[in-house]
Design a protein. Structure first.
Length: 188
């Protein structure tokens, strides 16, 4: 009979662990768009699902002037928000080194309505940083980055699609069940 109780506890632990693993997107993909010019556009052919990340990687060494980069992408039905960070090098006003100023990152919907805009976070080690977070639904969107390249440009944006809250609830429930089973096992 003791083996049956042990089997039941093990089966519950396996079920809880399986639920936790299924809640984490195993298929998360990072989609990288690299630009080496200040004015560029791209369209991503496949839709983002929860856990996927878009990275805009820009290094421009032969141009200065207005920066205008745009990426069109689609979000799947399981995405309810975006979270992202941007960083760009802002070497001193005089002297060598990349310098990009007046940066703004916006996300527009298919009707060209502003959905999200970045918030400046500060400067650290010669890099300016901003964040981009907010609710969003399924559909087609356009990320637009603007600014002015005083000298060479080093600029990166990373945006991740965040899953529905139910996915997190399932994951936390699985972890909670595993903790409860582990504690119950120690009490015996």
């Amino acid at each position: 009979m003791a083996w049956m109780a042990g089997f039941k506890t093990t089966a519950l632990a396996v079920a809880a662990a399986s639920a936790a693993v299924m809640a984490v997107p195993a298929h998360a993909v990072t989609k990288v768009v690299e630009f080496n010019v200040l004015n560029a556009t791209a369209t991503l052919p496949t839709a983002f699902v929860s856990g996927d990340t878009l990275i805009l990687d820009t290094t421009v060494t032969q141009e200065t002037g207005a920066l205008s980069q745009s990426i069109t992408f689609t979000l799947g039905a399981d995405v309810t928000s975006l979270t992202g960070l941007a960083s760009w090098q802002i070497s001193t006003a005089v002297g060598p080194g990349p310098r990009l100023v007046g940066v703004n990152i916006d996300i527009f919907d298919a009707g060209n309505n502003l959905v999200l805009s970045d918030a400046f976070a500060g400067v650290l080690g010669g890099f300016a940083m901003s964040s981009l977070n907010g609710p969003i639904g399924a559909g087609t969107y356009r990320l637009v980055a603007t600014g002015t390249a005083v000298r060479d440009t080093v600029f990166n944006v990373s945006v991740s699609a965040v899953p529905e809250p139910e996915t997190y609830a399932l994951f936390l429930a699985g972890l909670g069940a595993m903790g409860w089973l582990a504690r119950r096992r120690r009490v015996r």
